[in-house]
Design a protein around this ligand. Structure first.
Ligand code: NAD
Ligand code: DAU
Length: 376
């Protein structure tokens, strides 16, 4: 059941997972772009959630943080009532593929059951209690639901059949289907966005780009899975926020939209580039040389020396790429940030926010990461 929407201007947003990487960047983008809108963040603060990511929103009267779980139907439905929420932007998820391979249960709990609890709460408030109220359930999904591409395959389109390969991708695909079913069965207004790999500030350093940056600064190995020739389509995180904004305002309800960077890179090429850019920044700054005494350039080496090939990820998808034609022609989406500027900004952010990533790198995350690699 697809319905046309002219333009929609949300007033009160519930952002789930807003203390995570993309959610926090989205909150900052939205408060800056629409200062009159109210935002409530609901986040369970798992290992990936960090209230520090929302620090600059603290004190804003239009911003509220609620520490809670999307699995808690009563909490969610009461929040929707209390704050007269008209738009849910649903980021909350277990998001790391490697963790889904070692422990899939949490992915089914949050990504599948959690999304369903949210949908039930949305149906109660918007359809049962307030029929006729303008509303939108914006579901943030991934390109991984489409599976993997061969080198010469055309990029994923919105009509590419779903073929998820990892437990993470399967849990996201399942949540997408539940969202679709609430649109088709009950007439809940929904959109799904399927986005490619994001990079930028606040990304937890278990993901490739921040892992490489922070490991270089400590002269730790840079693990490359398999032959390192897997390809991802990288998008600066603010461009994801812009894409979601356009879908919320101009998207046809019930329609999926792909968001991508038109920016395919092999992993090993990304890692080499990041190595060279970090070396360059440290070499030309006395301050950074003092701040990061263990960095390779301070010790007669280069960051590329740290590259270490390790056992491949199980079921590792070879290539992702997004065809953004539909988003471009229907809602005017295109990425703003060039990869050259985006990656340099990102590296600078991590160099400037040492205490942020050091706190994360100590503790539980460290213990988990040690169990992951067998060095070839
Ligand atoms: P993240 O892991 O950095 O953040 C997830 C956030 O969700 C954390 O703040 C965490 O505390 C919260 N959370 C987890 N379980 C929760 C629960 N049960 N209840 C409430 N909050 C909970 O993830 P991210 O990289 O920012 O990804 C956000 C969303 O975007 C996810 O749905 C992911 O599938 C999707 N996505 C991510 C990328 C990417 O490149 N990172 C690309 C496309 C789509
Ligand atoms: O495509 C969108 C997806 O991108 C999102 O849905 C996921 O939430 C997000 O985590 C990301 O998934 P990837 O698995 O592509 O991202 P990750 O940063 O984990 O890995 C990127 C590539 O780098 C992948 O091919 C695996 C490889 N890799 C990763 C790590 C962490 C390495 O070679 N070494 C590493 O240490």
């Amino acid at each position: 059941m697809m319905s046309e929407t002219k333009t929609f201007s949300p007033k009160n947003l519930l952002v789930t997972g807003g203390a995570g990487f993309i959610g926090a960047n989205f909150v900052h983008y939205w408060l800056k772009t629409y200062p009159d809108n109210c935002i409530v963040v609901l986040d369970a603060l798992t290992y990936a959630g960090n209230v520090e990511n929302l620090k600059s929103a603290e004190g804003n009267p239009n911003f509220r943080f609620v520490h809670g779980n999307i699995l808690d139907y009563d909490l969610v439905v009461n929040l929707l009532r209390e704050e007269k929420i008209d738009t849910i932007v649903h980021f909350a998820a277990e998001s790391h593929v490697d963790r889904s391979i070692t422990g899939p249960d949490a992915f089914i709990e949050t990504n599948v059951k959690g999304t369903h609890e949210l949908l039930k709460a949305a149906k109660t408030f918007w359809l049962d209690e307030n029929p006729g109220m303008e509303h939108l359930f914006q579901h943030v999904s991934t390109d991984e639901v489409y599976g993997t591409l061969e080198a010469n395959d055309p990029p994923f389109r919105e009509d590419t059949p779903y073929a998820p390969n990892s437990p993470y991708a399967a849990s996201k695909a399942s949540s997408d289907f539940f969202v679709r079913s609430y649109q088709e069965t009950y007439g809940l207004n929904t959109n799904i966005s399927n986005c490619s790999n994001n990079y930028g500030p606040y990304q937890f350093p278990e993901k490739l780009i921040p892992l490489v940056i922070t490991n270089i600064l400590e002269s730790k190995a840079l693990p490359i899975y398999g032959d390192g020739k897997q390809i991802r389509d990288w998008l600066y995180v603010d461009d994801h926020a812009i894409g979601i904004d356009l879908i919320i305002r101009k998207g046809k309800r019930g329609e999926p939209y792909n968001i991508g960077g038109i920016n395919e890179w092999a992993n090993i090429d990304i890692v080499n580039l990041v190595c060279d850019l970090v070396d360059k920044r440290i070499k030309k700054s006395d301050k950074l040389q003092k701040q990061y005494p263990n960095a390779p350039t301070n010790n007669g080496k280069i960051a590329r020396d740290l590259i270490t090939y390790v056992t491949d990820r199980l079921g590792h998808d070879r290539r992702y790429a997004i065809d953004p034609t539909k988003s471009n022609t229907e809602i005017g989406y295109q990425p703003n940030e060039s990869f050259e500027t985006g990656i340099d900004k990102t590296i600078k952010w991590y160099l400037d926010h040492e205490s942020w990533w050091r706190k994360i790198m100590s503790g539980e995350y460290q213990d988990w990461i040690k169990q992951q690699y067998t060095i070839n």
